[in-house]
Design a protein around this ligand. Structure first.
Ligand code: AMP
Length: 216
């Protein structure tokens, strides 16, 4: 199955995407994770993306399309993939459609995570992220160890630069201006777009995701 997760920053796409990927036994493709790893390793991709990411702006579509194409063409994605944080613009939605058509695949569903903006700001300003596995944590301080088994080296929790208040506001604005039109784009093309109420405990939201996809 190829599933796009759509929704504002902090809606839970990463966490639910990871659970869904495990349930379906397919990889999760998260452009934000790929970009953060590139920034950390100072690769040419990272150097190109860093300034836009720190500001809370989007990275150019062409850069994202390159990451997306490579990930979808990989043998690990042969049975499907969960796309987290991509697509974020209508040109990316178009590009994904073309990439899938070229691979003889199709998009099975778009999950739209609905959530109130005040809750998002509250979540993001209390979030830390492991600098190795990129898992988000809430209520744990920067500098603590990640403590997730099986990771070597063991990561340290950091506050993402784009989780500072100024960047959070910018990312919300970017979502409203550039990403929310993607919802109409898919609806007007008859895509299987399903809404998921993203407010609640992780297990509750996961159950809603399964119901929305007919996996329950
Ligand atoms: P995320 O981890 O999904 O919140 O992404 C973090 C940052 O990476 C975003 O604020 C953007 O700067 C960049 N980014 C990730 N995915 C995309 C995308 N599909 N299009 C443009 N920029 C992206």
């Amino acid at each position: 199955m190829i599933i796009v997760l759509l929704g504002p920053p902090g809606a839970g796409k990463g966490t639910q995407g990871e659970r869904l990927a495990a349930r379906l036994d397919v990889p999760k493709i998260a452009t934000g994770d790929v970009l953060r790893a590139a920034v950390r390793d100072s690769t040419p991709l990272g150097l190109e993306a860093k300034a836009a990411m720190d500001r809370g702006d989007l990275v150019p579509d062409a850069v994202i399309m390159g990451i997306m194409k490579e990930a979808l063409a990989s043998p690990t994605a042969a049975r499907g993939a969960i796309l987290d944080g991509v697509v974020r613009t209508t040109p990316q939605a178009d590009g994904l459609g073309e990439t899938l058509a070229a691979l003889g695949r199709k998009l099975d569903a778009v999950l739209l995570f609905d959530i109130d903006e005040d809750e998002l700001v509250r979540r993001l300003s209390g979030r830390t992220t492991c600098d190795v596995c990129q898992r988000p944590f809430f209520g744990r301080a920067p500098g603590e160890k990640c403590n997730i088994d099986g990771h070597d080296p063991q990561g340290t929790l950091v506050r993402r630069r784009d989780d500072e208040p100024e960047s959070i506001r910018k990312r919300m604005q970017v979502y409203r201006d550039q990403t929310s039109p993607v919802v109409n784009w898919y609806e007007s093309r008859g895509a299987n777009l399903v809404h998921v109420d993203a407010l609640g405990a992780l297990d509750e939201v996961e159950a809603r995701v399964h119901t929305a996809l007919g996996l329950a």
